[in-house]
Design a protein around this ligand. Structure first.
Ligand SMILES: Nc1ncnc2c1ncn2[C@@H]1O[C@H](COP(=O)(O)OP(=O)(O)OP(=O)(O)O)[C@@H](O)[C@H]1O
Length: 173
């Protein structure tokens, strides 16, 4: 097996590339991530139609990215747990995954309050899709949606699971 020091990110650009690969991995292999992707598109569409002010759009986008981020951490925990128990059943492994999934659910529940706040502040709702109201907020939504679509549909090479480590020699090398 190769030494992990070979993969150490030597530059900021390389770190960003690794982080991007992690996001692409999660978007392609996690059903929940794809659900969040479609929920995000719904949020962007609703906000483009009703055009809440920039503050509300920025807060709602921040909350959405927090949910994506929590799901990414949940995926990382699932992978690390699977690897540590070598895909075998273990009650602590199950508990670890349940706790990680609980963290995502808690954040998703909390985001409902932000959703209610954005809707309450936009009442009475007005159709503003083709208007010039809050152009900065509209651009923010378009750029964020384009970024999420890029990650979701970026070409992806599946990572082989159940990887059997190479046998160590007698010297332990
Ligand atoms: N190795 C294991 N040992 C014991 N229980 C496990 C193990 N792996 C998974 N489980 C149980 O099955 C549940 C689902 O696990 P799985 O790995 O399929 O996650 P998932 O369905 O992808 O979760 P999520 O919806 O959060 O992405 C876990 O929350 C846990 O309760």
């Amino acid at each position: 097996m190769r030494d992990t020091s070979e993969y150490k990110a030597s530059s900021f650009r390389k770190s960003l590339t690794f982080a991007f690969h992690g996001m692409v991995y999660a978007f392609h292999s996690e059903t929940n991530m794809r659900r969040h992707f479609w929920l995000f598109n719904t949020l962007a569409a609703v906000e483009l139609v009703f055009r809440p002010p920039l503050t509300e759009v920025a807060v709602s986008l921040f909350v959405a990215t927090c949910i994506f981020s929590a799901e990414l951490l949940n995926t990382a925990i699932e992978l690390a747990v699977d690897l540590s128990v070598e895909w075998k059943h273990h009650p602590i492994a199950g508990a670890a995954k349940d706790v990680a999934a609980g963290a995502v659910s808690m954040l998703a529940f909390g985001s409902l309050f932000v959703g209610i706040w954005v809707i309450a502040m936009s009442v009475p709702l007005r159709f503003r899709l083709f208007s010039t109201v809050h152009p900065c907020a509209a651009w923010l939504l378009i750029i964020a949606t384009a970024a999420i679509w890029t990650v979701r549909y970026w070409p992806f090479h599946r990572v082989p699971m159940n990887h059997v480590p190479e046998k160590e020699t007698q010297d332990g090398v």
